[in-house]
Write a new protein. Structure first.
Length: 452
């Protein structure tokens, strides 16, 4: 009781707790009802008198009766006292001892402006923030909004799926300090704890709805034929080169923080911590296959073995067809790469390497387009502390590739429907492709015809 009294409990409450401990029936002392408020708010003199009166009333009860009642109650009364004391300790432990300063937020977030105004009146600004056109955004929303991850059994519903998708796309499309939790919270008007949950749900919905298999796929016969026509023209009109209708290249996805889970295995040849991503694409920059899950220290030739293209060569490549690659990949009957030194010093081999570069530059464009649209792949601000964190980083990368390919295919349809619209430019002319990547293109319309 001294402990409870030191916590500042009113005498009336102490009196009732003491009677509970002694096992006095409830009818003898009543309940602490609203009628006792007067005693709780009385002056110190009246409180002291109440305390003395309660002690006198307890002394008036026969001692033998108190002992019998105490034994009958047994340890239950002690448990009640212990529970009450524990609850009071918890109450005081969670008590704020300093005044709370409310967080000042803008009346209208930029996310609200993006979804309610730019979406209808400034589509270029909308694409600058969310990296896709408004019609593509709406179509992507239709694809994922029915996923069970966006439902719960609570009376309080989740944040609207439209807002969750916008938050995820904003994080996918930006890197550096601009995508820190605080920056995204100010941009969206949401709490910092809500941001990661929204992104995780969107990634789960994208990967759980089968979009990866549907939009990162092998080309149709007409798409393959278009690719062969482009390769034949670019390779100097040589008909033998047209059978290489796709190309493969690897890229490193840098990590902003050193992983604490097998950290050295992420250290790459460029002295960064990163993930290795293999990309197989068509000349129109459409990604048809990826190899993911490998750390930055993995060689491209090893990571290439994890792609579907490598594992199912006999079914995916027809007679005489092959894949273009760089010198990091081993040459075989189904993969053609440039000559290495000293063979590359031969004039004919040098000319061959130049024409291979005319074709393979599309791999540079494809990867540059992917990282230009979804710039989080330039520096992932995700920590890796365990296997689960590594898996989440891989899921983030796959979701970015899926969204990029979905947007590319959907924008191609928009371009076909509205050929005169200046907004829907060809993929190779998209402003998301960095100028440094675009300037590497070595193809010239007047290049000399060469045939191997």
């Amino acid at each position: 009781m001294h402990r409870l009294r030191s916590l500042g409990l009113p005498p009336a409450a102490l009196q009732r707790l003491q009677r509970i401990a002694l096992g006095i029936p409830r009818r003898r002392y009543g309940l602490l009802m609203d009628t006792d408020n007067s005693s709780l708010s009385s002056s110190s003199s009246s409180s002291s008198s109440d305390s003395s009166d309660s002690e006198d009333s307890l002394q008036s009860i026969p001692r033998q009766s108190l002992v019998r009642r105490h034994r009958r109650m047994g340890s239950s009364s002690l448990r009640i006292l212990h529970w009450v004391q524990t609850q009071i300790d918890i109450l005081y432990a969670k008590r704020y001892t300093v005044p709370r300063v409310p967080l000042i937020r803008p009346e209208e977030s930029q996310l609200h402006t993006c979804l309610k105004k730019w979406k209808h009146f400034d589509k270029a600004s909308f694409r600058g923030d969310l990296r896709v056109w408004p019609t593509t955004f709406d179509r992507l929303l239709e694809k994922i909004e029915g996923h069970p991850i966006f439902t719960n059994n609570s009376n309080n519903g989740q944040t609207p799926v439209e807002i969750q998708l916008a938050v995820a796309l904003y994080q996918f499309g930006h890197d550096g300090n601009g995508v820190s939790l605080q920056a995204v919270a100010w941009w969206s008007g949401l709490g910092k704890g809500t941001i990661p949950r929204c992104t995780r749900r969107v990634i789960t919905a994208i990967l759980g709805s089968g979009m990866l298999a549907k939009y990162v796929r092998m080309p149709t016969p007409s798409e393959k034929e278009s690719a062969k026509v482009w390769v034949e023209k670019t390779f100097g009109g040589c008909p033998e080169g047209r059978e290489g209708w796709c190309m493969v290249d690897g890229t490193l996805i840098p990590l902003a923080f050193r992983p604490n889970w097998y950290g050295p295995s992420y250290f790459d040849r460029k002295k960064n911590y990163s993930m290795n991503l293999q990309v197989v694409n068509l000349p129109n920059l459409q990604i048809i296959d990826i190899g993911y899950g490998h750390t930055g220290s993995t060689h491209d030739a090893t990571a290439w073995m994890g792609t579907r293209m490598y594992q199912q060569l006999d079914t995916l490549l027809g007679p005489g067809e092959f894949v273009w690659g760089d010198s990091a990949y081993p040459i075989s009957r189904w993969l053609t790469a440039p000559f290495k030194s000293p063979e590359s010093n031969d004039p004919d081999n040098t000319k061959f390497n130049n024409h291979v570069s005319y074709v393979r530059v599309r791999s540079e464009h494809c990867i540059g387009f992917l990282k230009g649209r979804l710039q989080s792949l330039k520096s992932l601000r995700l920590g890796i502390e365990s296997e689960a964190d590594h898996r989440y980083v891989v899921q983030w990368i796959i979701a970015c590739v899926t969204v990029h390919n979905f947007a590319l295919l959907h924008e191609a349809k928009l371009r076909a429907k509205r050929p005169g619209n200046p907004l829907y430019t060809a993929a190779e002319d998209d402003p998301f492709i960095p100028p440094s990547i675009r300037s590497r293109q070595q193809y010239r319309s007047g290049c000399r015809h060469f045939c191997v």
